[in-house]
Design a protein around this ligand. Structure first.
Ligand SMILES: [Zn+2]
Ligand SMILES: [Zn+2]
Length: 464
């Protein structure tokens, strides 16, 4: 088997790994580079391989940094099969349509410099979705071709997410390689924890939090309950900038629990003010097979884990604007980093009042409004306005969708003897994780962009 790192090598985003195995040409993920302008150029650049020559694309999960360049791959000639779980297929469609819309909008704003041509449009997304088979089930091997088999395993990261084990019959024997995908942290409210790594000759593994441990989920939930209850008790609003996938649904789940435990009045208005989060929540409801046993049981008993008595989903702009009048309510809206989306209007209305709480529950990149508020700015610029920050600001770090350093080490420990290649991490995080693995007697290397490795079967030495 020959493995080439085409993305997320030396950085977090742009996951794309090329594998030649059992005389087939396979891709695992084809994600978007996200962040700076230079990365935008990376997205438009040549893939480094011929898209038409790829026969199979296996998709680990629906985040944009894993699926975001699939429509471009199809536009450039890929005609093979795309295989993933049913939940990932549905979520990827939503995510890719949204990406096409955003690119069209960006192109309208930046057309004067001629540099922001969309990578693809809604038609390309539809074209790509026709190739997607949502047939993979956890722990059920799929025969992809003679001598080539893939098994999707629960990665516990977002709904439908998977690690993928590929087994290939090579002249030297049966080769086994596993791609971790993104690994979830334990004790998530809706999902099972990740299955540990299977035995393999090689492991391609994420390292996002390779140098850090999170605060525990239980502590984070307690902190969340405390600050939300205190704000509502004084008549203030709780404004939560949130990501549409998984985080919004986790928060609905925690808020419903607060009502059940009488930590929050059942009459509290809870507003999910994000068309994408609303659509994502509907998709979640269609995939009970992807949940942990407790959540599945709730569905089976006809209890909807996301149904709060005071929940209102505001798809229409007018309903969103009407939220300027509410008090003592919880408002969730995108984007999670307040870099765009409806949350900016809610921040303009709620930041100036000391009764309100702005609650951050996810990652905030440098330079975003979220980052400035978290860092204690006295005022921020939003939609051309200067807005004073008088509201209480709180950050809860333990709701990450990613495994932390200890969980990553634990996941990989069961792949004793495998060569581990670390991807999907900033340099420092990936190096720290590699060093920790080496100290534990494992063989770990930080993957370099466009480098290839030959993976020999049955743990014989790989050659770089
Ligand atoms: Zn992810
Ligand atoms: Zn990712």
């Amino acid at each position: 088997m020959r493995l080439t790192f085409r993305g997320a090598a030396g950085g977090v985003t742009g996951s794309c790994h090329e594998l030649e195995a059992a005389s087939r040409h396979v891709l695992v993920d084809c994600g978007m580079f996200q962040g700076s302008r230079r990365l935008a150029e990376d997205n438009a650049a040549d893939f480094g391989f011929d898209p038409a020559a790829i026969e199979l694309l296996l998709l680990t999960h629906a985040h944009l940094d894993h699926c975001g360049r699939i429509p471009l791959l199809v536009k450039r000639g890929f005609r093979g099969r795309i295989i993933t779980t049913a939940a990932t297929r549905d979520l990827a469609e939503l995510v890719l349509q949204d990406a096409a819309d955003l690119q069209a909008e960006d192109a309208r704003h930046h057309n004067h410099d001629g540099n922001e041509a969309p990578l693809y449009d809604a038609n390309d997304v539809a074209q790509a979705m026709r190739l997607v088979e949502g047939t993979a089930r956890y722990d059920t091997p799929l025969e992809l071709a003679p001598g080539l088999r893939a098994t999707f395993r629960n990665a516990g990261h977002i709904l439908g997410s998977a690690s993928i084990l590929i087994e290939a019959q090579e002249p030297s024997g049966l080769g086994r390689i596993v791609f971790s995908g993104d690994l979830g942290n334990r004790n998530k409210p809706l999902l099972n924890p990740p299955e540990p790594a299977p035995a393999a000759d090689a492991v391609v593994m994420e390292s996002t939090y390779g140098d850090r441990n999170h605060r525990s989920v239980a502590d984070s939930v307690r902190q969340f309950q405390q600050v939300v209850a205190a704000t509502l008790a004084r008549g203030g609003n709780v404004v939560i900038p949130t990501f549409a996938l998984e985080r919004a649904q986790d928060l609905l789940y925690y808020l419903r629990e607060m009502v059940e435990q009488k930590l929050m009045p059942a009459s509290t208005g809870v507003y999910l003010d994000s068309p994408m989060a609303i659509s994502a929540t509907e998709i979640f409801r269609h995939h009970p097979e992807s949940f942990n046993p407790e959540t599945r049981e709730q569905f089976a008993e006809g209890r909807d884990p996301f149904a709060l008595p005071g929940l209102q989903m505001t798809r229409e702009r007018q309903a969103s604007v009407a939220l300027n009048q509410v008090h003592g309510a919880v408002i969730m809206a995108g984007s999670g980093m307040a870099a765009g989306g409806r949350i900016r209007h809610h921040l303009i209305h709620n930041l100036p009042d000391a009764n309100n709480l702005i609650l951050f529950v996810g990652y905030a990149a440098t330079g975003t409004a979220a980052r400035q508020i978290i860092d204690g700015a006295r005022e921020v610029r939003l939609l051309g306005e200067t807005v004073p920050v008088r509201a209480q600001v709180c950050t809860i770090g333990g709701f990450s969708a990613h495994a932390d350093r200890d969980e990553l080490l634990q996941w990989a420990a069961s792949a004793a003897g495998a060569r581990i290649y670390l991807v999907h991490g900033e340099g420092a995080a990936a190096r720290a994780l590699a060093e920790a693995m080496i100290r534990r007697g494992q063989s770990a290397t930080v993957a370099a962009a466009d480098a290839f490795v030959n993976i020999a079967a049955a743990n014989t030495a790989a050659r770089t």
